[in-house]
Structures are given as C-alpha cells and as structure tokens.
Design a protein around this ligand. Sequence first.
Ligand code: ADP
Length: 362
Amino acid sequence: MLSLQQQVIDALRTVEDPDLGQDLVTLGMIRDLAVEEKKVTFTLVLTTPACPLQETIKQACVDAIHKQVGADLEVVIQLDAKVTSTRSHDTMLPHVKNIIAIASGKGGVGKSTVAANVACTLAQRGAQVGLLDADIFGPSIPTMLGCEQERPQVEQQGDKKYLIPLKKNGIKLLSMGLLTPADEAIIWRGPMASKALRQLLVDTAWGTLDYLIVDLPPGTSDIHLTLVQAVPITGIVMVTTPQKVALLDATKAIAMFQKPGIDVPIVGVIENMAYFTPPELPNHRYYLFGQRGGEALATQHQIPFLGHIPLLQNIREESDAGISTTWTEEAHPFDAIATALAQQVAICNARLVPIQGVKKVD
Ligand code: ADP
C-alpha cells in the first residue's frame, strides 16, 4: 500500500503544465509537500510570477488529488515563482536570468513605450526587472520614467568601477540619456555607440534580475549586433503598428535577427496603436492604421503573437509626464502583453537549449 504522500505525488504526476507539456513533478514545480491527516499542503513553483495559467494549474492539482487520492482531502496550495533561465551558466551577466531586447523596424511605433511599460508591469507582478535604454540616438526612457535629471552613481568594486542603475517604479534603470547630453550622442560614430552600450551592459552592477529588458534603436544597426555579440540574449520582441510601411520595416529587422550566424530567437510580435476607441463611443473600434497587420506578420514568420495595444491618450500622456503605473486592473493595457511575454520566455527556456552567444558577424 502506497503512503498517502506517494499517492499525492502520483496524482500530481498526471497534471501537466499546459505550456511546457510536462508534468509538474518532473518539472520540479512541487515543493514542500506535506500530508497530515486529511490535509495536503504544498508550494506550486511557477516559472514566472506573471504566469497567466496559475489558477488553471492550481485547480487541476486539486481535481487530480480529489479524483485519485480522496475527495475528502483538503488541499492547500501556496504559490511561488522561480523564473527560469537558459543563460545562467554564461559568464557575462550570470545573475541576469533573461535578456529580452525590444526592437522595431521603424521609429515612432511605440517600442520604448512598450519596453518601459512591460518592465514596470513585470515588476508589479513580483519579478526583479532591469531596463536598459540602448536607443542611443533617441533615448526616451528617462522621460517616460521621470528621471531625466538624475545621474547614476559609480561604485568601486575591487579594481573595477561599476555604474549603479537608478531605481524607478520597482525597476533598475540605465539609459545612455542619463550619461551623455543628447546632442553629443547624436554625433557619435558607430564604434563609440557600441562601446557605450557594452559599458552599460557589462560595467553596470545589475545584480540579480529575472528579466533585463533592452530598448533597442529602431531598424538594424551596429548597436543590434553589439548587443547580441556582447551577451547571449534570450530573445527579441518585435513591436509594430499595423500599417504596411511599419510591417515592411519590421520584416527587414526580423530577417536580420534570423540571419545565419546571428539567429537570435524572436519570442513575439506586439501590435501597438492597433485601434482607437473614442470615450463617447466605448463599443466602437476605429482601425486607424489598418487591421491585424501585426498578427499577420507573426503568422507569416511563425512567431508567437503577444497581443494588441490600443491607441490611448493615457499612454501618450504617461510617456510625456512619467509612467505612474496607476492603471486599474480591468483597464491595464500592458498586463496581458507582459504576461504573454513572460509565458513565451518560460516556454523558450523549457526547451532547455542553452543559449549560444553570437560570434563576430560582419
Ligand atoms: P519608438 O520607441 O518606437 O520610437 P515611442 O515609444 O517613443 O516610439 O512612442 C512614440 C510616441 O507615441 C510617444 O509620444 C508615445 O507616447 C506615443 N505612443 C506609443 N504608443 C502609444 C499608444 N498605444 N497610445 C498612444 N500613444 C502612444
């Protein structure tokens, strides 16, 4: 006769994480299991605090235990999250579990807005998040986070000096715009910009992070190659608006990241400014820039589609005045996007292919 504890473990072996396609016990998602009299307690360790399936998985555990062990058992499940990584053995930034670069084909599609808001949303959901503004020629993140006047400190650690990121809205933050007057950065040549990016990445005391979000310049440039060569990255997120010109440029950028020798995974496409709903007509959607272009781009390239963001006056106002993260739960335009991104990252990591750094590409 199996012990009650063993029967519970066997029941949990029949519950799969729907995204990862393996059972919870094999995935190591069950911790601190205890069975006392008629009470079963354990901790369910999710792959991200922004897991959209947590209630579904919890319920599946309860159902499996009731069905296979005993309907009269009380099941108490605590939730915890341990963000997964395939880059932990890498020597560059070993304590940063996932580096996610936000890219776009064209400027002005809302790439920086998405980067800043997704970073803040993941931090609100309990993740440790860093945001690096690598849009060296048009750094807008300091404005979006209301810290244009602040300067990062420098700290001596052993014989090396490290930049200390600023802290805003629960995230660690660094931007070229905090180090150099805008007019100076604009006249930099490629190699100088690349050197600056390397410093921001590697000579910064980022500490332990679940996600480092990097806001890239639009298009394709030396900065993109510098990033993927300096540190192995988890993947790219492509932001686009639905109109044809933006999609054409996004296609070119996707082609660059998928080139042999670079081959960085593209973890998703986000369609920004997807539609507009006037406040006086809440049931109407006006597709000002065309409909579902981002979705079609994702399908065409077999990349996961992470969702739409509407054109909202609040988003524009927050970008100019500083993101305050005062969205209500029901009307949070970035919540579903941040969750979908965290979910895709967990799926990529579950494939357990260690991320290879990109060798020098000409
Ligand atoms: P990019 O980084 O692609 O150049 P930005 O993020 O700087 O673009 O956005 C360009 C402008 O569009 C900013 O003024 C920003 O506030 C605004 N914007 C971006 N996304 C939205 C949106 N969904 N609704 C309203 N305004 C937006």
